[in-house]
Design a protein around this ligand. Structure first.
Ligand code: PLP
Length: 363
């Protein structure tokens, strides 16, 4: 029953809209008169083809994806893309620029070093990944094949608020944790990639949006499964795709369109994040968010308690009130509340009320 559900603040896999789960439940045994579950369908049958095509066209509407971009539904998580991107866009000796604003960008940088020659042109590590650089000050390599950024660092809670135009054109962005949370001008990017399991579906689906002219130059050693041309030529059906996950993503895209699209979704996200950050900032230091104000993530809100010894108690008491997964990532400690699209305003309001009450009892 609905009242048994918790407010799940996990960073991913994460909360999904209840209406989407209900719809999936109602179609679980018999998808729209087919007599089959989506899990049982041939990926080449007309039923599944209609599902994947609708998912793609709804995503295209949501993000206004230009027609010279391909949309690929892949597997292997965003982590696989850390390798696939240089394998497809570079030769082994091509230079690439990385701006690293958190641990995901750092992982992408390290993986890319196996397949091209990346340079770290900016790192926020010495400031504990609490900042985003000003692009005008960056020394970009004019020969770099692309500039890689992580649009939203899930662990550290730093988010690009506007996307700069790199001096030599091509930008590649990991949008795993803020995908479809706000409108994005896709034409500014050569490639956008995202694991689905935060904002748009279950784990197992990875979405790549790539400008078509960049497809078709993969390195010889590129595994078939990582070659964008293979997937683009076969409309993401070269091999068996993650069918059920793609179906779920499709239901989420329908839901986001029904909400009025990403302009409306962003308004809700801004409102939720403001309530939470205000509560942290107004707590007179009882709670603290280390991230520079102008680049605080709308999706992942990390915070610490002044009295660190109370953190375990905070997590425990919150869980008793059905607010779960609030412990920060093991690498940074503290707390983290992930408030993706599907987190209702009521969930954030409940968390804030709990934080105030906890502070009153422990200050
Ligand atoms: N990039 C970002 C920003 C993430 O948050 C994550 C996820 O957890 C990853 C990459 C890795 O994604 P995956 O686990 O799908 O490989």
């Amino acid at each position: 029953a609905a009242q048994d559900r918790v407010f799940n603040f996990a960073a991913g896999p994460a909360i999904l809209p209840e209406s989407v789960l209900r719809k999936a439940e109602s179609e679980l045994y018999n998808w729209r008169g087919s007599g089959m579950s989506v899990m049982e369908m041939s990926h080449r049958g007309k039923e599944f083809l209609s599902i994947i095509q609708k998912a793609e066209s709804d995503l295209r509407s949501l993000l206004s994806i230009p027609s010279d971009y391909a949309v690929l539904f892949l597997q292997g998580g965003a982590t696989t893309q850390f390798a696939a991107i240089p394998l497809n866009l570079c030769t082994q000796s091509d230079p690439v620029d990385f701006v690293v604003t958190g641990s995901w960008g750092d992982k992408a940088f390290k993986e890319a070093s196996k397949y091209c020659k990346p340079t770290l042109i900016w790192s926020g590590k010495s400031e504990k990944y609490t900042k985003i650089p000003c692009f005008d000050d960056l020394e970009q390599n004019p020969h770099a094949k692309y500039l890689h950024i992580c649009a939203n660092e899930t662990i550290h809670g730093v988010e690009f608020k506007n996307y700069p135009t790199p001096k030599n054109g091509l930008m590649v962005a990991d949008m795993s944790s803020n995908f479809c949370s706000k409108p994005v001008d896709v034409s500014k990017f050569g490639l956008i990639y995202a694991g689905a399991q935060k904002n748009v579906g279950p784990s197992g689906v990875t979405i790549v949006i790539i400008r078509k002219d960049l497809i078709g130059n993969a390195q010889e050693i590129t595994p078939v499964m990582l070659d964008y041309k293979i997937h683009a030529d076969n409309n993401s059906l070269y091999n068996t795709p993650p069918c059920y996950g793609i179906y779920m993503c499709g239901l989420v895209f329908e839901d986001l369109l029904a909400q009025g699209g990403l302009v409306e979704v962003e308004k809700k996200n801004v409102k939720k994040a403001k309530i939470l950050y205000d509560a942290i900032d107004e707590s007179k230091g009882f709670y603290r968010c280390p991230v520079e104000k102008s680049v605080r993530s709308l999706m992942n809100v990390p915070f610490t308690l002044e009295k660190a010894e109370l953190e375990a108690e905070f997590v425990k008491e919150a869980a008793k009130e059905k607010m779960v997964q609030l412990k920060g990532h093991r690498s940074v400690g503290g707390m983290r509340a992930s408030i993706y699209n599907a987190m209702p305003l009521a969930g954030v309001e409940k968390l804030v009320a709990f934080m105030k009450d906890f502070q009153a009892r422990h200050a």
